[in-house]
Write a protein that binds this ligand. Structure first.
Ligand SMILES: O=C[C@H](O)[C@H](O)[C@H](O)COP(=O)(O)O
Length: 178
């Protein structure tokens, strides 16, 4: 399996240990940085570069995976999810690591390096990598809806509750961030 990894200063030690662990298992590991410790470095570029590499692989039919580390994993997940085609999941236990694959076909896992011991973080990532996406119709349908929104900026569905309480179809435009 090809695996793209990125972190910031908060996860650098974890990242280095994880890379060795994954190489020992025979995975093809691509490190997107940082290469050295800098206590004031910023996670977005590292994580977006790793996520973009995953998206590029998938666009070419190679189902690689990504791992992004940070103090909490939150910013890293947010950054990775800015890349079209990426589904980054924050995992904090084995169930969420497995469900990220089983229900969401996540192609990036985000981990909070300050939230786990190294062995626990590695176990979560091993779970994530080992879990297949079974392709259940309902999960495929939901993932397709998000992909459609990503492509078009709109989503059709029952997302607005009418005044009388009945669900009505809605078309929601791309949210504007100020
Ligand atoms: O969501 C962001 C990550 O957890 C970062 O690793 C964290 O914000 C870095 O914190 P600090 O700059 O205080 O080391």
């Amino acid at each position: 399996m090809r695996i793209h990894i990125a972190t910031d200063h908060a996860g650098l030690e974890f990242s280095q240990q994880l890379q060795q662990h994954l190489r020992d298992q025979g995975h093809e590991v691509h490190d997107h940085g940082p290469v050295e410790y800098d206590a004031v470095d910023d996670y977005p570029s590292f994580c977006i570069n790793a996520a973009q590499a995953v998206a590029n692989d998938w666009a070419q039919g190679v189902q690689s995976l990504g791992v992004v580390f940070g103090g909490s994993g939150n910013g890293e997940q947010i950054a990775a999810n800015k890349v079209a085609g990426v589904r980054a999941a924050l995992a904090w236990n084995e169930a969420t690591a497995k469900l990220a694959r089983e229900h969401n076909n996540a192609n990036v896992i985000a981990i909070g390096a300050r939230q786990h011991e190294l062995a626990e973080a590695i176990a979560l990532i091993d779970c994530f990598i080992a879990e297949p996406f079974p392709g259940d119709e309902r999960h495929v349908r939901r993932i397709s809806q998000m992909r459609e929104y990503e492509r078009t900026g709109t989503i059709a569905g029952k997302s607005v509750l009418a005044a009388d309480g009945a669900d009505v179809p809605a078309v929601v435009g791309m949210a504007q961030e100020s």
